[in-house]
Design a protein around this ligand. Structure first.
Ligand code: SAM
Length: 361
């Protein structure tokens, strides 16, 4: 990968405070030959940098040095691996054993996820999300009045947690859409278990099948930054919302502080790593499944656009949104709330915080 490609994926490596140790780390990772072992080693380096960032953020001091140290240590770790001649270790018996154990891990991982989803307590899953949504609406004074008369579209609902939360909050009718069959089918299973009435259906959010002016509330939480056409996705949200309706759009932020810089850096080294190998590599380390999802989420997705507030407002207004307003408060663990509460070094850590916008038309 050329320097220009690296800088395009991770502008923070060009001249940001993390570039001095971040760029050698990335270059060392890119030197590794393409192999399953390299994929595993890069995933482990990703894991250790991710937890070093979290450890640095927990302290009330400037996190820069701790992050730089982690980048340097992991560069050294990758260099040591690159210089290791595995031929010396790999007798054919050992190779057979390691192949068998990878298969076992794969089977175990499959069972683990299956069981995890089945065991997931639907009531708790929906209750927690309901509390998050309620707090975010109340703390910003934007809880819609007459919710019991309103229809809601949850565009890109995933496992359906926010659609159910709107219904629990009192909305008249809720439709959750996603193009993931796994997402929609697990959402359907869960609402049955929790006895909540939501209509879930398969849809592409950048090309919705609904008529203009269909819903009182359109809600899209963490979806359009992963789509191939964010502009069209925003157009669709505004199009299907009724005049004077209530729109909610959450997109990831730029600037995003070290929080997103680290993710950008790790996206460069993980770009060619196999998803299944990465998950297994973290399982072997004993990382719990929910942490694996959280860590790999933005790092392994192919599209992860980050926009400035002005860019989001411009696109929303271009498509007919009015009274666009950024939410300044959030739930306790939201980055925007930590900025609002003036946590030390919050802007360095989190940039401007989550971009949650509400609007009408
Ligand atoms: C990070 S998840 C967010 C899920 C949900 N909104 C939540 O907050 O729990 C992103 C979701 O967007 C969905 N998605 C991405 N592109 C989509 C598209 N073009 N049409 C429909 N869904 C899409 C994915 O399938 C995934 O479920």
């Amino acid at each position: 990968m050329s320097d220009d490609n690296i800088f395009e994926m991770a502008p923070c490596l060009k001249d940001g405070p993390l570039s001095a140790k971040g760029l050698p780390f990335v270059k060392q990772a890119l030197e590794l030959p393409k192999s399953v072992s390299s994929d595993i080693i890069k995933t482990w380096a990703t894991y250790y940098i991710f937890i070093a960032k979290e450890s640095a953020f927990r302290k009330e001091v400037d996190p820069t040095n701790e992050i730089l140290e982690a980048l340097e240590n992991q560069r050294n770790f990758l260099a040591a691996f690159n210089n290791l001649n595995l031929e010396h270790f790999a007798t054919s018996e050992a190779m057979e054993k390691s192949r068998a154990s990878m298969e076992e891990v794969e089977r175990e991982t499959g069972n683990h996820y299956g069981n995890l989803f089945k065991k997931f307590d639907a009531e708790k899953y929906f209750q927690e999300t309901h509390d998050l949504l309620k707090t975010r609406l109340e703390v910003n004074n934007i809880l819609p009045e007459n919710l019991s008369e309103m229809t809601v579209l949850d565009a890109g609902c995933g496992g359906g947690r926010y659609s159910a939360a709107w219904k629990k909050l009192g909305a008249k009718e809720v439709t959750g859409v996603d193009f993931s069959e796994i997402g929609i089918s697990s959402a359907k299973d869960r609402i049955k278990e929790a006895n909540i009435d939501v209509n879930y259906q398969l849809e592409d959010v950048v090309n919705l099948s609904f008529q203009n002016d269909t819903f009182d509330i359109v809600f899209s939480n963490g979806v359009l930054h992963h789509t191939r056409d964010l502009d069209k996705g925003i157009h669709e949200l505004v199009r299907v919302m009724k005049k004077d309706g209530f729109g909610w759009l959450y997109l990831i932020e730029n600037p995003g502080g070290y929080f997103w810089d680290i993710i950008e850096i790790l996206r460069v080294i993980m770009a060619d790593v196999d998803n299944g190998v990465a998950r297994n590599a973290l399982r072997i380390l004993g990382v719990p499944a929910n942490r694996i999802f959280y860590i790999l989420d933005h790092i392994m997705v192919p599209i992860n656009l980050r926009l400035t507030g002005d860019e989001i407002i411009e696109i929303l207004e271009k498509h007919g949104a009015k009274d666009v307003k950024r939410l300044e408060r959030g739930y306790g663990f939201d980055r925007i709330e930590k900025i609002y509460q003036k946590e030390p070094f919050a802007e360095m850590k989190y940039g401007v915080g989550e971009h949650r916008y509400v609007f009408t038309k």
